[in-house]
Design a protein around this ligand. Structure first.
Ligand code: GLU
Length: 309
């Protein structure tokens, strides 16, 4: 019989040492600040329902959220539109890359909120009269998930702006389909700034825990969003969070998660905990190699697989 370890005393540095020798994968080179990341970097954190946050060594290393921001943008869009965002974006997996230039056939909506088209749209649905106000609202909303004030890395935001051709293409396509109601420039700017929000694995684990625990931040005890919204977001993470690798991820790890090009992975284990792993080298599907392996081991050791009996 498998013995399930206690997350409160689980040895995160031993897990880190176990995954470190895996040096496969490549660091994303889409923008200079991501390309400069140290490929040996690895950090892991857990956030538990009693508000305990536990990190391995290097868990205070800051990195930009990139696509790990997408579940939280979806959450904020659902919150600020009273659920209407659910009708504005699909929720079906695409089986394609994160930046595929493709919308849902028949509706012209983005396929789901976990790919770039969807996140460009959800970021545009957050409250605010203009891009600046929406970006501020996003930063304030993400800070509530993290339980502390977050900041934007302006250099990364600038690089996102300069290198966002595919995001511009997606935004223009949605304008043509009449599904995006802000300008393409505005949508790309606000989404790019959200990708450039700085966190560390401890903050990201708390954000994951807030989703996993029905919308209540376990550290601040603040209800950040209704349980029904948290449930919708976690459901879509489960089916679409790891792009075209989501099926394999659910079978093997069995924990709703979101990957990102910075090498961050955020996990929301329903009713149990939030976790985050950072390690920049990515596999072919854009998921952190060590992030995937650490998540598999964590899931096995802590008994996190949602379908395990
Ligand atoms: N900023 C990246 C983009 O929009 C995020 C993609 C990712 O992390 O998967 O292209």
């Amino acid at each position: 019989m498998t013995v399930t370890a206690d997350p409160g005393s689980y040895d995160l540095d031993a897990l880190r040492s176990r995954v470190l020798p895996h040096d496969e994968g490549a660091v994303d080179d889409s923008i200079p600040s991501l390309a400069a990341a140290d490929p040996r970097l690895c950090a892991i954190a857990l956030a538990l329902p009693d508000g305990t946050v536990r990190g391995s060594s290097h868990s205070d290393t800051a990195f930009t959220m990139q696509s790990s921001v997408k579940p939280f943008l979806f959450a904020l869009a659902l919150l600020d539109t009273d659920g209407d965002a659910l009708h504005r974006v699909g929720i079906e997996p695409t089986g394609e890359a994160f930046d595929a230039i493709k919308l849902e056939s028949g509706t012209g909506r983005p396929p789901n909120p976990m790919v770039n088209a969807g996140a460009l749209l959800t970021a545009s649905l957050v409250d605010g009269d203009d891009g600046k106000a929406r970006s501020n609202r996003i930063l304030q909303g993400l800070s509530a998930f993290a339980g502390r004030p977050l900041e934007i890395d302006e250099r990364t935001a600038e690089e996102e702006r300069e290198h966002g051709e595919r995001n511009h293409a997606l935004a223009h396509l949605m304008r043509a389909e009449d599904t995006l109601h802000v300008t393409a420039d505005d949508a790309v700017e606000v989404y790019g700034r959200a990708c450039a929000v700085l966190v560390d694995v401890e903050a990201l684990a708390v954000m994951g825990a807030t989703l996993a625990l029905g919308g209540v931040n376990p550290v601040t005890r603040e209800r950040v969003l209704p349980a029904s919204v948290a449930r919708d977001v976690v459901s879509v993470m489960a089916t679409c969070g790891v792009y075209d690798g989501s099926g394999t991820w659910m079978r093997r790890v069995g924990v709703p998660a979101k990957s990102s090009v910075s090498g961050a992975v955020v996990l929301a284990a329903p009713r149990t905990l939030g976790a985050a792993v950072l390690s920049p080298p990515l596999d072919d599907q854009g998921t952190s190699v060590r992030g995937r392996i650490a998540s598999e081991v964590l899931s096995d050791d802590l008994g996190l697989h949602v379908f395990a009996t």
